[in-house]
Design a protein around this ligand. Structure first.
Ligand SMILES: Nc1ncnc2c1ncn2[C@@H]1O[C@H](COP(=O)(O)OP(=O)(O)OP(=O)(O)O)[C@@H](O)[C@H]1O
Ligand SMILES: [Mg+2]
Length: 288
């Protein structure tokens, strides 16, 4: 049985019922691989038969579409302005995952009127059929970033073995924990040169978080430093598609298997995509 088939079977066994599981990928330090991992992890999950939507919530430059070599005509801005429906701006990529381009238009969310906000929420609620929504955020502890982590069912904090990235990973974990002490936070170490290095970095962050923040962070494992990642970026195709047998792709298969064991909490509000955004608004309204 090939690896995808094994994953598919595993996914079938751990099916958690209805609702979209929301996974937010974030980091303290920038440039650690969030966008690359978001896109390729989405593909690895999609390979198990799950329907995956990736939302580019980086308020800076749009990235996800660049990695996939697509040029979105519309983004959330057009939805908020009532020019387009949410379904119209979803890009169905040939690779098998759908994406929503947030880009700068998404910063409009904070300044939307009640009516615009409600129609957007209704639009997100009407998006059915997705098993997983992956949110790719920007880096750092600004509320634009943490705002996307709080309503997620689980947050993946990405780091590299670099000391600055590790320190900043702890920083973002701390800010998440301060706002949401029970949030499920998982750690993923990217760009490791050995499994031992991956384990050591993960252990350090897990232990420090346990000791100083009293939280249990689960290690999702690691992804090898792999030149196929940058090679695929240059070709504007995901490495999971171009180099399915690469070390980085194999790591993603292992991580996918771990992720799919998780269950969507029985929280009806939070289980819908609309509920996710409702929580973001509640956060912004509370003066964050
Ligand atoms: N496992 C890896 N092996 C080799 N290079 C990698 C790996 N992961 C990421 N990179 C490289 O790191 C760079 C940054 O990746 P990416 O844009 O995904 O980071 P990011 O965290 O989304 O950045 P930002 O914070 O700016 O949004 C890319 O050029 C990519 O080639
Ligand atoms: Mg990015």
């Amino acid at each position: 049985m090939d690896q995808a088939a094994v994953l598919r079977q595993l996914a079938g066994k751990t099916e958690s019922g209805s609702g979209t599981k929301i996974i937010t990928i974030t980091s303290g330090k920038g440039g650690v691989g969030k966008t690359s991992i978001s896109v390729n992890l989405a593909l690895a999950i999609a390979a198990t038969g799950k329907k995956v939507l990736v939302f580019d919530a980086d308020l800076g430059l749009a990235n996800i579409n660049v990695l996939l070599g697509v040029i979105p005509k519309y983004n959330l801005y057009h939805v908020i302005k009532g020019i387009k429906n949410l379904e119209d701006i979803i890009i169905h990529t040939p690779e098998g995952v759908d994406i929503i381009a947030g880009a700068s238009g998404f910063s409009m969310l904070a300044n939307m009127g009640e009516r615009e906000r409600n129609s957007l929420l209704a639009a997100f609620d009407s998006l059915t059929g997705y098993d997983i929504l992956i949110i790719d955020t920007g880096a750092g502890v600004s509320s634009n970033v943490t705002g996307f982590t709080l309503p997620a069912h689980e947050v993946i904090v990405l780091t590299t073995p670099e000391p600055t990235a590790i320190t900043d990973a702890y920083g973002i974990i701390k800010s998440i924990v301060l706002e949401a002490p029970n949030k499920q936070i998982k750690l993923l170490v990217n760009r490791v040169t050995s499994s031992l290095e991956g384990k050591k970095v993960a252990e350090r962050v897990v232990n420090i978080s346990n000791q100083f923040l009293n939280v249990k962070i689960e290690s999702l494992g690691f992804i090898y430093e792999d030149e196929n990642v940058s090679r695929s970026i240059r070709r504007q195709k995901p490495f999971y598609v171009l180099f399915p047998k690469s070390r980085a792709s194999s790591c993603l298969n292992v991580i996918t298997a771990k992720l799919l064991n998780l269950e969507v909490p029985p929280d009806a509000e939070g289980s819908s995509i609309g509920g996710f955004f409702r929580k973001i608004f509640a956060l912004q309204n509370s003066g964050d």
